[in-house]
Structures are given as structure tokens and as C-alpha cells.
Design a binder for this molecule. Structure first.
Ligand code: 5AD
Ligand code: SF4
Length: 497
């Protein structure tokens, strides 16, 4: 049994008193060791855990919050929850950092540059706090789940007021209140498998398209990836909650939902109900919502039933993001991806064959430890075979605590950059070739916002192509027929038909 010696170390900083205990459990600090654990314990569904007591509803009155989000769609959606919670506490949103009384950074841990960006921004907040000492600064998201990050915040960034993780967003009012009352740095991060919270409010960024979580966490443990440690065990939401949420969105006039999960194809496999992603997709399609998307798919769990459902229902968009990661079987094995390039290509061809007009995008990592020129050429070969609509490409970034972080890295930064450059050239070539096919065609676009191009609205085709459309405000939120008049590598231009 662990023995916890609480060694009090009173650090008196300016007007701050931080009590540090030896033993991470006392302070609810993140622990890599605990984050790795996967047990057979039942996943608890918590329907009433989010509460804001009356006295906490006044904390933010007359105050403004600024919320900066890094990383993936999951984080974007978490920020929609955080916004709603802060507004329940009386805060109002501002997009001007200088105007804010509360600044929250919702962070991403996936690569080193996400870390650097966050710490860079934190420098700006510190500067602001020097002239406005009452500003409250909070850090949450995946970086808050990392031991080394929280150690750094505790030791070097003692002016940061609150730190909370991905498992306890619903506790934000309490954490904030304690920090304000005690003028203390509050760190409340849990490294655990996790629960499913069903009553967290949401303030959606769009009136037309919505993110809907269908599952949390990931159990795939790809050797390079930090996500299973920062987001916990795979936990699927019960279908009733998901379908109710989609039906409510339909009744509020939403046109599109994106079903979210780290590995959506594995939906339901942790529920013991024999109800999997193909069943869920079908039921979501039957709600009548006009457009359904889903991210992210792992090639491993993509079964034929799912392909058939996508092909059958017109409101399931013919767009699939299917991360390849590498085209070398040797590297795929080292990555723990559990498929070969041949299997990937077989699935790719099946999707293209069975789902008419389907666009497929991917993620690729170059310079994984030990990647040889031959391995890299295998990746280029797969890109040449699949001719992806587009790809997100990355240089491998070692994440502390993951198996790949301790694998031997044999390349210079120059060689890594050269590989990325070469890959990007190829990816861009095929993105452009794929887009060229749209010239002169008429496609359906959901016009969701103003475009950066003056006098234009922007939206996406069924196949997830970004289109700038000359159109007035009255078309906002409508799915319209658009004739494509010009084509670029990353976007299309069009006019209403
Ligand atoms: N280094 C580089 N890229 C990574 N990704 C995940 N972890 C790492 C890492 N350590 C990429 C993968 C994943 C995408 C979201 O980020 O390609 O699919
Ligand atoms: Fe990370 Fe792999 Fe899980 Fe995706 S499937 S979140 S890459 S561990």
C-alpha cells in the first residue's frame, strides 16, 4: 500500500501560498502510470454531476472570458462545453484578450509544436497579468493531463490560477471558486479511465452544424500517440443519448452533425450491446438530419456493414478521413497500427467502389524512429496509389511516456524536413488533380459562414471540399446548388445555380 508522506513545503510567492504534498494523489496531479491503466471496471454514466450552485452563478457577473482552443475537433467541442459552463456562472464571451477577466487555454498535446504554441501564448497572458493583476488564467485540455507540463506550471508558472483536465470539465465552477476564494493555484487533474458525463451544457459555435460526441478516449495505444493517456479508456455514449441529441438538433434547425470520437469505428464495442457504428449511423440517418459526418476512423475497425450503411443513406456524407500514418509495413508494425499497407489499400478501394463519389483524406507521419529511405518511399507509393483528396502530414514528434519516444531516432532535422517537403509536394499534386474534377460541376454546399473572400459565403460540399460562393446573407444556413467556376489546390470558387 502506498504510503503518502505529506511534506509541506510552503512556498510564499507574492500573495500566493502553495502547499505541495509528496505523492501525486493528494493534489490530484496527473500521473502517467495511472493514465496507462486499463481495467475491466464498469464505465459509469453520470447524468447529474454537473451543477452550479446559486452562489457560483454570480461569480462571473460583469466579467468577460477569453477562450483559446488548440488541437482537434474534440477540443473544439470541449470548448463549447466550457463556454456554456462559464456563461452559467455569469461570464460573457470576448474575443479580445486585452478585455478579458478570465483567460482559459484549452490545450493540445499531440505534438511538440502544440506545446510550444501554448507556452508562447502563455507569455502574452503573463504580460497582460502584469498590468491587470486580477486576471484569472486557466489551463485545461490534453496538456493539463501531462505530468511534465503540470510540474512546469507548478514550479515555473505559479501565476497560473487554475489547471483542470479532460475528465473534470464539469467541475470548473468549483475549481474556479476555490482559487478565487483562497487566492491559490488550484490544480485538479485526474489520470483515470474516465466516466461519461451526460448533463454538461453546450454553447454551440454554429447554428447550422454541430459536433456530437459518440465516444470518449482510446484504447488503441498506437506507439507514437499521447491520446490514450490524456483522454482515458474508450467509453461509448449510449445510443439513446446520442439520438436524442441529434433529434433535438434537427428540431432546432441544424443541418449537419459530425459524430466525434478518437476512433469512431470502434463505437459500441465497449458497451456489450451488439450495437456498433453501422447501427448508430443508420439510426442517426433515420433522424432525418440532412448531413452526417464522422471523425476519426481507424482502418482496423472499418467493417463492411459500415460501408454498406454509408453507401445506402444519402444523408451520410461520402467523405471519409482514414489515417494511413505510414505506407511501410515495417513502420506500421512499429507504430502498433495493426494493419498492413495492402489491407489499407484494399479498404480504400472498397470504399471508393461502394460509395459513389467518395472523397478520402488521410493523416501521415514522416520520420518515425528508424524510418529508412525505403520505408519513406513505401509511403510515397501508397500516396501515388490512393491519390488522396488531401492529407494532414506531420514530422514524428516524441511524446514523453509513449513507447515511440524511447525508440532510436536516426535522422537529422534537415532529412525530416526534406521528407515532409517531398510528401507535401505529392499530396498537393493529388489534391489539385482531385479538385480539378469539380470545375463546371454543380454541387450541394451548406453555406455556413462568411468567407475571407469579400462578398462571399463559405461552406463545404458533401465530399468536404471548401467552397467560396458569391452569395448574400440570405443564403446563410442553407444547402444550395453551386456551380464551380474556379479550382485551387485547397478550395473551390462557385456561384449559386
Ligand atoms: N507525432 C506526429 N504526429 C502525430 N500524430 C499523433 N501523434 C503524433 C506524434 N507523436 C498525428 C497522427 C494522427 C493525427 C491526429 O496526429 O497522424 O492521426
Ligand atoms: Fe492515437 Fe491511435 Fe488512438 Fe488515434 S487510434 S487517438 S492515433 S492511439
Amino acid at each position: 500500500m502506498a504510503i503518502y508522506f505529506a511534506i509541506f513545503k510552503l512556498l510564499l510567492n507574492k500573495n500566493k501560498c502553495v502547499i505541495i504534498f509528496r505523492g501525486r494523489d493528494f493534489m490530484n496531479l496527473p500521473s502517467l502510470k495511472d493514465a496507462k491503466l486499463r481495467t475491466k471496471s464498469e464505465i459509469l454514466i453520470k447524468e447529474n454531476d454537473y451543477k452550479v450552485p446559486e452562489e457560483m452563478r454570480k461569480i462571473g457577473l460583469g466579467k468577460k472570458y477569453y477562450l483559446k482552443t488548440y488541437g482537434c475537433q474534440m477540443n473544439v467541442h470541449d470548448s463549447e462545453n466550457i463556454s456554456a459552463i462559464l456563461e452559467d456562472m455569469g461570464f460573457k464571451y470576448t474575443d479580445n484578450l486585452e478585455d478579458a477577466d478570465l483567460v482559459i487555454l484549452n490545450t493540445c498535446a499531440i505534438r511538440e509544436n502544440a506545446h510550444n504554441k501554448m507556452f508562447g501564448f502563455l507569455g502574452r497572458v503573463k504580460h497582460l497579468k502584469e498590468s491587470k493583476p486580477n486576471i484569472i488564467c486557466g489551463i485545461c485540455g490534453c496538456m493539463a493531463q501531462e505530468e511534465n507540463v503540470v510540474d512546469a506550471i507548478k514550479n515555473k508558472y505559479d501565476w497560473v490560477d487554475i489547471v483542470f483536465g479532460t475528465h473534470n470539465i464539469h467541475k470548473l465552477p468549483f475549481i474556479l471558486e476555490t482559487s478565487l476564494k483562497q487566492k491559490s493555484q488550484e490544480i485538479e487533474v485526474y489520470s483515470k479511465e474516465g466516466e461519461v458525463y451526460e448533463n454538461i451544457p453546450v454553447k454551440r459555435d454554429s447554428k447550422y452544424k454541430a459536433w456530437v460526441n459518440i465516444m470518449f478516449g482510446c484504447d488503441k495505444f498506437c506507439t507514437y500517440c499521447i491520446v490514450p493517456y490524456t483522454r482515458g479508456k474508450q467509453r461509448s455514449r449510449k445510443k439513446e443519448y446520442i439520438l436524442d441529441e441529434v433529434k433535438e438538433l434537427v428540431s432546432h434547425g441544424y443541418k449537419e452533425v459530425t459524430l466525434l470520437g478518437q476512433n469512431v469505428n470502434a463505437y459500441g464495442k465497449d458497451l456489450d450491446t451488439n450495437y456498433t457504428m453501422s447501427d448508430l449511423l443508420k439510426d442517426v440517418a433515420l433522424t432525418g438530419i440532412e448531413r452526417i459526418r464522422f471523425v476519426t476512423s481507424h482502418p482496423w475497425d472499418f467493417d463492411d456493414k459500415m460501408i454498406d450503411v454509408i453507401a445506402k443513406y444519402d444523408n451520410i456524407m461520402p467523405y471519409i478521413h482514414l489515417p494511413l500514418q505510414s505506407g511501410s509495413n515495417r513502420i506500421l508494425k512499429l507504430m502498433g497500427r495493426r494493419y498492413t499497407k495492402e489491407k489499407y489499400i484494399e479498404l480504400f478501394n472498397k470504399l471508393k467502389e461502394k460509395i459513389p463519389n467518395c472523397s478520402i483524406t488521410t493523416d501521415i507521419i514522416v520520420a518515425f524512429p528508424g524510418e529508412t529511405e525505403e520505408d519513406f518511399n513505401d509511403t510515397l507509393d501508397v500516396v501515388n496509389t490512393c491519390k488522396f483528396d488531401s492529407a494532414f502530414t506531420f514530422i514524428f514528434s516524441p511524446r514523453e511516456g509513449t513507447p515511440a519516444a524511447s525508440m532510436k531516432d536516426n535522422l537529422t532535422i534537415e532529412e525530416k524536413n526534406n521528407r515532409l517537403y517531398k510528401l507535401n509536394e505529392l499530396v498537393n499534386k493529388y489534391a489539385n488533380i482531385n479538385n480539378q474534377k469539380y470545375l463546371g460541376k454543380t454541387v450541394k454546399v451548406l453555406l455556413e459562414d462568411y468567407s475571407e473572400k469579400k462578398g462571399n459565403l463559405m461552406g463545404y460540399t458533401d465530399t468536404m471540399k471548401l467552397v467560396n460562393v458569391k452569395a448574400s446573407d440570405e443564403y446563410l444556413g442553407k444547402i444550395v446548388d453551386v456551380e464551380i467556376t474556379d479550382v485551387k489546390t485547397w478550395s473551390l470558387d462557385g456561384k449559386i445555380k
